[in-house]
Ligand binder design. Structure first.
Ligand code: ZN
Length: 139
């Protein structure tokens, strides 16, 4: 498995910056940025608001905006980790994340295994803890 090394930082900085601007474009077009935006973007949100005169949002747009906002938060967090040289490690288990996964999803905070647990085990904290323990023993 290839893993992230610091020499790849410029490449991922670029990837994340690109993704961030893509997401901001989506959020701008849906006009639903103000409600749940991270505080750091508050200033820009005001500008968006002025531009977002058309308030007729479809459900699809809202779902899209929710999704984009969620990912934007991940991207911002990933850029922070990159700056702090903590990038490329799973936030859950601390293991290096597969480089191919990072290339495909540069903002992901989790390795494949932990992502699975997050997606399928939402709200079942106990099960998650058990899985982690057995995983540690096996490897
Ligand atoms: Zn993990």
């Amino acid at each position: 498995m290839d893993i992230y090394t610091r020499t790849l930082a410029p490449r991922f900085t670029k990837l994340l910056a690109k993704r961030e601007s893509e997401l901001r474009t989506i959020l701008r077009s849906t006009g639903d940025f103000a409600a749940a935006a991270p505080e750091t973007q508050a200033r820009e949100v005001l500008d968006f608001k002025d531009m977002a005169v058309e308030e007729t949002q479809s459900v699809v747009d809202e779902a899209k905006a929710d999704h984009a906002l969620e990912e934007l938060e991940q991207v911002i967090a990933a850029r922070k980790r990159l700056a702090e040289q903590a990038y490329g490690e799973c936030l859950d288990c601390g293991e290096p994340i597969d480089l191919r996964r990072l290339m495909a999803m540069p903002a992901t905070p989790f390795c494949t295994g932990c992502q699975d647990i997050h997606e399928h085990g939402r709200g079942v904290g106990a099960r998650r803890a058990t899985l982690h323990l057995s995983k540690g023993k096996n490897s």
